[in-house]
Design a protein around this ligand. Structure first.
Ligand SMILES: [Zn+2]
Length: 123
């Protein structure tokens, strides 16, 4: 729910005092933040309807960004061994290691994004 909350806050700020009918959100979210896009859209609807009223429908176009790392051994790229626990969705636990040296002391280069690309509002 945290991704939806963060995004909603920005949108509420922007549209204060308005009564939008439709909001189309284009966003990119790092895979480490979540992996259930339906849930994000559901929560966006919940949160934003509370603010703007039940006439509103929210559509989210979410691009998921795969995690990549920068390791001290020189490796720079995607992590192969990414998996989550069976609980899935919002509190998945990731275990990631550098595929070259096996270290888990690396810098995360991507995978933790939460960017709003564009917001289209129909009033
Ligand atoms: Zn490494």
């Amino acid at each position: 729910m945290s991704v939806a909350q963060a995004v909603s806050e920005g949108i509420i700020e922007k549209l204060k005092g308005k009564r939008p009918k439709k909001i189309d959100i284009k966003m990119e979210v790092g895979k480490l933040r979540f992996h259930n896009t339906d849930q994000v859209e559901f929560w966006l609807n919940e949160i934003l309807r509370k603010e703007f009223g039940d006439q509103l429908s929210v559509k989210a176009d979410i691009k998921v960004i795969e995690p990549t790392i920068k390791c001290s051994c020189g490796y720079n790229g995607s992590v192969e061994d990414v998996h989550t626990d069976e609980e899935g969705s919002h509190h998945g636990i990731y275990e990631m290691k550098c595929p070259k040296c096996g270290s888990d002391e690396y810098e995360l280069a991507s995978g933790n994004e939460c960017n709003i690309i564009s917001v289209n509002v129909t009033e």
